[in-house]
Ligand binder design. Structure first.
Ligand code: GDP
Length: 451
């Protein structure tokens, strides 16, 4: 997600490197490149023009704090403007009532049914007891699909197959939720190929009857500007609370996600970036801006890791790091932990610095990169794994290259990147449990300022 934009922004900002002052001349090329990057990402021309204008106005003639260089200064301004464009605040969903009702709507194929199940799974992990309601009375296959996904994660689905009376389905689902003590009711409604009269009448009827606490409109990020147009049209008919953007893992250029909220006047509340049930994230404009600027999104990362990481093993690794003893066994363990998390690409793109480490095999996907790293480490002796310093000896590297089938060039790159990671890791001095994670976040957040 946002990879292209991220690369182009980094190149644009690099132009400023080495300058000690911001002038109209040296900022012009950076701004031109940033503008071009946004247009390539499918951001509307007028929005880009305003964006560039605001940044230029904010930066020229401003005194740069002595502790910052112009590049850092501009990063901060671009970051703040991106956050504004993306809606500024993180907007939570309203599900504090018992039961709370969440209505999910959107066009057919937008990812509505998958999202309903993802949201239920997400809320279940937050100790809620969700009930999914299959309210697509037009497509029996949609009911089966919802049941199929929900069953795998043990979430109940209420449906009345063959019953076309939507009011009866809604009423009975609420009774069922009370009986089964479910405190969040998620209603997956029927979609259409486009917003038409029948769809709108039906959704208005469902909305009126169910009094939802939250109405979410799901859009497919791959459809770019169309996603914005659809959300705008829908908002004229139903006053929904928030937007869900799906398929941000695809090769969508990301522009719709950046400008959706300011164009529609509604916040993006969730994004979905994969087909798996856990590929759902709360949309945080500030963290998203960090990601676009390549600062990494360490807070989202930690939230994900908290769920899946084996705390004992991680604690041991951090203990080693704090004692300056991070070695190849630790790296191997980290890789095995990362592999457990699932969507490796999403995770890796969130870790500042680490993304470079895993892309050392040009054109090879991250899973294969991980395998390569593992094979390098497996070719080491036990002693070598514990003592990275032994690799000042070129003969050892040659032997590893032969054993792992990885070229000597890549082996060199691997060691260089291991050193880089080690440097980042050493800055993280953590002790245990919650404190470990809090320190980890704050250290990483502080690193933002030292870019
Ligand atoms: P609905 O018709 O709106 O209910 O859409 P579905 O939930 O059936 O999704 C349509 C297709 O998009 C399915 O193949 C989903 O697996 C896929 N899909 C949904 N969300 C995502 C996502 O975030 N990323 C990717 N890659 N595919 C998704």
């Amino acid at each position: 997600m946002f990879e292209n934009l991220q690369n182009k922004f980094q190149k644009a900002l690099h132009i400023l490197k080495g300058n000690d002052k911001i002038t109209e001349i040296n900022i012009a090329s950076t701004m031109k490149e940033i503008g071009r990057a946004l247009i390539d990402a499918d951001v509307n021309y007028k929005i880009v023009k305003d964006f560039i204008h605001r940044i230029t106005k904010k930066s020229i003639g401003k005194k740069v704090f002595t502790s910052l260089n112009p590049k850092q200064f501009i990063i901060k301004i671009v970051h703040d403007e991106l956050v504004k464009l993306m809606g500024e605040k993180t907007e939570k969903i309203n599900c504090s009532k018992n039961p709370s009702i969440i209505l999910i709507c959107g066009l057919q194929g937008s990812g509505k049914t998958s999202f309903s199940a993802k949201l239920a799974f997400f809320l279940k992990k937050k100790n809620k007891s969700p009930l999914l309601v299959a309210a697509d009375i037009h497509r029996p296959a949609a009911i089966d699909q919802l049941e199929f996904i929900a069953e795998k994660v043990n979430i109940p689905v209420f449906s009345l197959k063959g019953n076309k009376n939507i009011i009866e389905i809604l009423d009975k689902s609420v009774i069922y939720a009370y009986e089964k003590k479910r405190n969040v009711i998620i209603i997956d409604t029927a979609g259409r190929l486009s917003i038409d009269k029948i769809m709108m009448e039906e959704i208005i009827q469902i909305n009126k009857h169910s009094h939802p606490d939250e109405v979410l409109f799901v859009v497919d990020a791959m459809t770019g500007q169309d996603a914005i147009n659809t959300a705008q049209s829908f908002s004229r008919i139903l006053n929904f609370n928030g937007i869900v953007m799906t398929k941000l893992d695809g090769d969508s250029r990301g522009g719709a996600a950046i400008t959706m909220s300011s164009s529609v006047g509604k916040p993006i509340k969730f994004i979905s970036n994969g087909e798996k049930i856990e590929d759902i994230e709360i949309f945080h404009p500030d963290r998203m801006a960090n990601r676009i600027l390549g600062m990494g999104d360490i807070v989202s990362l930690v939230e994900k890791l908290q769920d899946k990481f084996d705390e004992k093993r991680t604690k041991k690794i951090y203990h080693n790091i704090s004692k300056n003893r991070f070695n190849f066994n630790d790296l191997l363990e980290q890789i095995q932990q990362i592999k457990k998390i699932g969507n490796i690409k999403n995770i890796i793109s969130m870790i500042p610095g680490v993304d470079r480490f895993f892309s050392f095999n040009d054109g090879i996907n991250q899973k294969d990169s991980l395998k390569k790293i593992e094979s390098i480490i497996y070719s080491m002796t036990h002693n070598e794994r514990k003592n990275p310093k032994l690799f000042t000896d070129i003969k050892r590297k040659e032997r590893i290259s032969k054993g792992s089938g990885v070229t000597l060039n890549h082996i060199d790159l691997f060691f260089k990147q291991f050193d880089d990671i080690n440097k980042i890791m050493k800055k993280i001095n953590v002790n245990s449990g919650q404190k470990m994670i809090k320190d980890f976040i704050s250290k990483m957040m502080n690193q933002k300022n030292s870019i």
